[in-house]
Design a protein around this ligand. Structure first.
Ligand SMILES: Cc1cc2nc3c(=O)[nH]c(=O)nc-3n(C[C@H](O)[C@H](O)[C@H](O)COP(=O)(O)OP(=O)(O)OC[C@H]3O[C@@H](n4cnc5c(N)ncnc54)[C@H](O)[C@@H]3O)c2cc1C
Length: 291
């Protein structure tokens, strides 16, 4: 069986699972300064699936692909520590403010540039935007079939894959031809930990922007080992059309994010009798919450 080329879509996200009282600013936006940036949890499951395939199929290449600000290089290093072969950062101020349409367009152009990709895997959803749209939209744009909500890999060859996907009322086993895009759910196997030898090597991996700020001995180390160089692609590098990226390419605008805190005076204690339930239904219908 020939080796496969796998792209793992990974997003750096604020750690919204450990939200404290200062996580939101007064204007309702996320206070990124107090939330550490982490590898999106589902994307770690997707990376694990790619690495399991690499373990099974000799010579398989695993490439992390992320669109994000310059600090997203940390995410690529994290992927390299866990076993990815390379990582690519798609980073340019003009990509900023992207909704899922513009994000998936940008990722699709990068995948086309990578070329001959057998398998694209990503998480089901990111814990900040939470839309679960980016994977399916990317599949449409690269013309690959898509299989979503995967929780088990049963078999893979260079022409097909068999996977189990979790549905609301059960589990579906799907056989799909390759190439394909798959989104992997958080119930898939947990990602393997960092490998000590890889940490020792890839802690020196740098993007061009980072390299410029490094002392000469680090520059020399990276120049002598090209695997330590993290490519950084701009709008021009992926041949993206300006009106399809960033804010101009994003019809969805997040107008406002509201921090809803329920106070005691909004809470009501009801008894489980018909009168109280009728009363509550009447209030909910009257205030148009249901109806
Ligand atoms: C509060 C809030 C609400 C939002 N609401 C909307 C909305 O209603 N509609 C809309 O279009 N956009 C919305 N956005 C913007 C949205 O977060 C971005 O478009 C984001 O880049 C991708 O969407 P997502 O985070 O929902 O990712 P999801 O679609 O949930 O991500 C699924 C998977 O796609 C891959 N992926 C996603 N982004 C990247 C990336 N940058 N690089 C590499 N892989 C990636 C990862 O594998 C990820 O697990 C919202 C953002 C915020 C903060």
């Amino acid at each position: 069986m020939r080796p496969l080329k796998i792209v793992v879509l990974a997003k750096q996200v604020p750690d919204t699972r450990n939200v404290g009282p200062d996580a939101m600013k007064e204007d309702g936006t996320v206070n990124r300064a107090v939330l550490p940036a982490i590898f999106n949890p589902d994307d770690l499951n997707a990376l694990e699936m790619a690495l399991q395939i690499k373990d099974r199929v000799k010579g398989t290449e695993v490439i992390i692909l992320t669109m994000g600000p310059k600090r997203a290089a940390d995410l690529i290093r994290e992927g390299l520590y866990r076993g990815a072969d390379t990582g690519i950062m798609v980073s340019d101020r003009r990509f900023g403010g992207a909704d899922t349409l513009a994000t998936s367009y940008t990722l699709s152009m990068a995948i086309k540039k990578i070329c001959n990709v057998d398998l694209v895997v990503g998480g089901v959803q990111a814990i900040d935007g939470d839309t679960a749209q980016t994977g399916p939209q990317t599949a449409e744009k690269i013309g690959y079939p898509q299989v979503t909500y995967i929780e088990e890999l049963i078999d893979i060859s260079d022409t097909f894959a068999i996977v189990k996907r979790r549905l609301e009322k059960g589990v579906e086993t799907v056989k799909t031809p390759l190439p394909v895009l798959m989104t992997v759910s958080g119930t898939y196997d947990e990602c393997r930990p960092r490998n000590a030898k890889k940490v020792m090597k890839y802690k020196y991996a740098r993007t061009f922007t980072e390299l410029e700020r490094e002392p000469d001995h680090i520059k020399a180390r990276i120049e002598s080992d090209k695997s330590l160089f993290i490519p950084e692609w701009t709008v021009e590098d992926i041949n993206a059309e300006h009106e399809k990226i960033g804010l101009p390419g994003s019809p969805t605008k997040v107008k406002d994010v509201e921090n809803v805190v329920l106070t005691a005076k909004e809470a009501k204690v009801l008894n489980s009798n018909d009168t109280d339930i009728d009363l509550m239904m009447g209030e909910l219908i009257g205030s148009h919450i249901i109806g």
